[in-house]
Ligand binder design. Structure first.
Ligand SMILES: [Zn+2]
Length: 105
């Protein structure tokens, strides 16, 4: 009986924590979440949260993409940044193929 009370009250504390986080969650069109009033705007995986109520910080790249190292969920957190990245990549590719052409002739 005592054990059951301890385990139920631990469960209750966990549920309160989850509820508390849930109230602070902000959803986005891409599969990541952020928390309201977070001073450093950490990005968390929405799949991990929805599936197991775990806040897993995603890895965000300079390309504007992010990836969860736990479940491999990925997406774009900044479309403008990603577009810039693609343009930079295309420019590099163009200058490389330009150089290759010159070397061939
Ligand atoms: Zn995840």
């Amino acid at each position: 009986m005592q054990n059951e009370i301890v385990s139920l009250s631990a469960e209750n504390t966990d549920l309160k924590k989850i509820k508390d986080i849930e109230n602070r969650i902000e959803r986005h069109t891409e599969p990541y979440i952020t928390l309201k009033n977070d001073s450093i705007d950490i990005l968390y995986c929405s799949c991990c949260w929805d599936y197991e109520q775990k806040l897993i910080q995603v890895k965000s790249y300079d390309s504007g993409k992010f990836k969860c190292i736990h479940c491999v969920n990925e997406g774009t957190y900044d479309k403008a940044k990603h577009e810039e990245h693609l343009q930079r990549e295309r420019a590099v590719f163009r200058s490389l193929s330009e150089r290759n052409r010159r070397n061939h002739w």
